[in-house]
Design a protein around this ligand. Structure first.
Ligand code: G
Ligand code: G
Ligand code: NA
Ligand code: MN
Length: 249
C-alpha cells in the first residue's frame, strides 16, 4: 500500500516515536532544552524518516494528527526531565496555514500543564507560504508566551526587511554553515553574519550540527550561546534523554 494510506493508522496505533536531541549552553555544556524529532516505526518498512513521510502527511492532511501527537508527547516528556528544560517542536508549512493551529497548541499546553515559556516552535522560512495567515498565527502564539524559531536559517530567501517584520525569537543556524567552521579559526562568513543579524533584531541564535570542539569554540567567539549536534548528543529515545538531563556529561 502507499505510505500515505498507512499514516492515519500510524498515529492511532502508536507507530510514531519521538526522539529528543539535547540543546546545550555552549560555555558550560549543560543542557537547556531539546528538539523533538519524529520517526515512524513502520511495521513493514522499518524506520521511516520524517524527510520521507512529512511531505506525504502534508499532502494528505494527516500532518494535523501527526503534528499534534508529536507536540503533546514532547510537552509531556520535557516535564519529566531535570533542570526545567524547554522543548523545540517542528511545525510544517501546512500546520502554519491551519486556522485551528493556535487553539490546538493552547489546548495541548493546558492539557499537559507545560508553561508556555518552555515551548519553542520551529518553522522554516519557506513554511510561511502565505503571510496573511502565518503572521497572525505566529503573533498569537508569541502573545501566549511561546517562542518561535526559524529552522535552517540562511538556506531560504528572506530579505532582511522581511525578516525584521517576522515575529521570531530565535534563528537556528543551519548545519551546512556550522560545517564550514574549521580548526584554523577561519569561519563561515554567513555564520558570523547571522549572529550579528540576530543581535541587531533582538533575536538569539542556536547552532545546529556541531560536531567538533573547534566549531563550538568558534561559535562562542562569534557570540552564539546555544547549540546542538553530535558533539553533545545525537537524537535520543525518551528514556535516554531523561538520563541525559539527570546526569549531564
Ligand atoms: O531527525 P532528522 O534528521 O531525520 O529530521 C529530518 C527533518 O525532519 C528535519 O528537517 C526536521 O526538522 C524534520 N522533522 C523532524 N521531526 C519533525 C516533526 O515532528 N514535524 C515536522 N514538521 N518536521 C519534523
Ligand atoms: O532540519 P533540521 O535541522 O531540524 O534537522 C535536524 C536533523 O539533523 C536531525 O534529524 C538530526 O538527526 C540531524 N543532526 C543532528 N545533529 C547533527 C550533527 O551534529 N551532524 C549531522 N550531520 N546531523 C545532525
Ligand atoms: Na533544524
Ligand atoms: Mn528543526
Amino acid at each position: 500500500a502507499a505510505l500515505g494510506e498507512d499514516l492515519e493508522e500510524a498515529v492511532s496505533s502508536g507507530q510514531l516515536r519521538v526522539l529528543y536531541q539535547p540543546m546545550v549552553d555552549l560555555s558550560s555544556g549543560r543542557p537547556v532544552g531539546a528538539e523533538a524529532l519524529v520517526r515512524w516505526h513502520h511495521p513493514l518498512r522499518g524506520i521511516v524518516s520524517p524527510l520521507d513521510f512529512i511531505p506525504i502527511a502534508e499532502r494528505t492532511g494527516a500532518i494535523t494528527g501527526v503534528g499534534l501527537y508529536v507536540l503533546e508527547q514532547a510537552c509531556r516528556m520535557v516535564q519529566t526531565w531535570a533542570g526545567h528544560p524547554y522543548v523545540s517542536v517542528n511545525l510544517s508549512a501546512r500546520q502554519l496555514q491551519d486556522p485551528t493551529l493556535v487553539g490546538s497548541v493552547r489546548t495541548v499546553l493546558d492539557r499537559t500543564a507545560l508553561p508556555p515559556d518552555r515551548l519553542v516552535l520551529e518553522i522554516t522560512e519557506s513554511a510561511i507560504v502565505d503571510d496573511r495567515v502565518a503572521l497572525p498565527a505566529l503573533e498569537a502564539l508569541r502573545a501566549h508566551g511561546i517562542r518561535i524559531a526559524i529552522d535552517d536559517f540562511g538556506t531560504g530567501y528572506s530579505s532582511l526587511q522581511y525578516l525584521s517584520r517576522l515575529p521570531v525569537d530565535i534563528l537556528k543556524i543551519d548545519r551546512s554553515f556550522v560545517a564550514e567552521l574549521d580548526n584554523t579559526g577561519r569561519g563561515s562568513a554567513i555564520t558570523e553574519a547571522v549572529i550579528s543579524l540576530a543581535r541587531i533584531l533582538d533575536m538569539t541564535t542556536v547552532a545546529e550540527g556541531i560536531e567538533t570542539p573547534a566549531q563550538a569554540a568558534e561559535l562562542q567567539r562569534l557570540g552564539c550561546r546555544t547549540g546542538q549536534g553530535y558533539l553533545y548528543a545525537k537524537p535520543l529515545a525518551a528514556d535516554d534523554a531523561e538520563q541525559y538531563f539527570t546526569h549531564p556529561q
